[in-house]
Design a binder for this molecule. Structure first.
Ligand code: 5GP
Length: 130
């Protein structure tokens, strides 16, 4: 079971922002920007491009709905999208509010946000998710 499956199952806490029948979205624990979200399919699959067409389309359409909510909740120019997958072997899409290209640099020092700040951001995004 991956760490993300444990999060989805509620065995490990997360700052959830959205969920539907097949996907789950929550704040990245080491955000590179305020409102940095991971969108994850509930079915455990290591590599994003190993998902079958239906599940991949479903995840992307879910990510679009989450991105619209993030844009409303967090001041930014737009939502940058990244797929890395080198750390956690469970497909996921990074959704990152950006003002310029440097905001999507994974080598930047991670933001240190308090639990209250994380809760507040997650709550705002969740409120805008439809
Ligand atoms: P990647 O696999 O795309 O290289 O990176 C995995 C991402 O998942 C990282 O940005 C990391 O901060 C995030 N991450 C790893 N473990 C956890 C966790 O337990 N909870 C949350 N919310 N994020 C995690």
């Amino acid at each position: 079971m991956t760490i993300f499956s444990k999060i989805i199952a509620g065995e490990i806490p997360s700052y959830k922002v959205a969920e539907d029948g097949s996907n789950y979205a929550f704040l990245d624990i080491n955000p590179i920007a305020k409102g940095h979200v991971l969108a994850v399919p509930k079915m455990e699959t290591d590599y994003l491009f190993a998902l079958d067409d239906e599940r991949l389309s479903d995840l992307i359409l879910f990510s679009k709905r989450v991105a619209v909510a993030i844009e409303k909740a967090v001041p930014c120019k737009r939502i940058g999208v990244a797929v890395v997958g080198l750390e956690v072997p469970h497909a996921h899409i990074h959704l990152i509010p950006v003002h310029d290209i440097y905001d999507i640099d994974f080598n930047r020092p991670k933001l240190k946000l308090t639990s209250d700040e994380m809760k507040e951001i997650a709550g705002k995004i969740a409120d805008f998710f439809v």
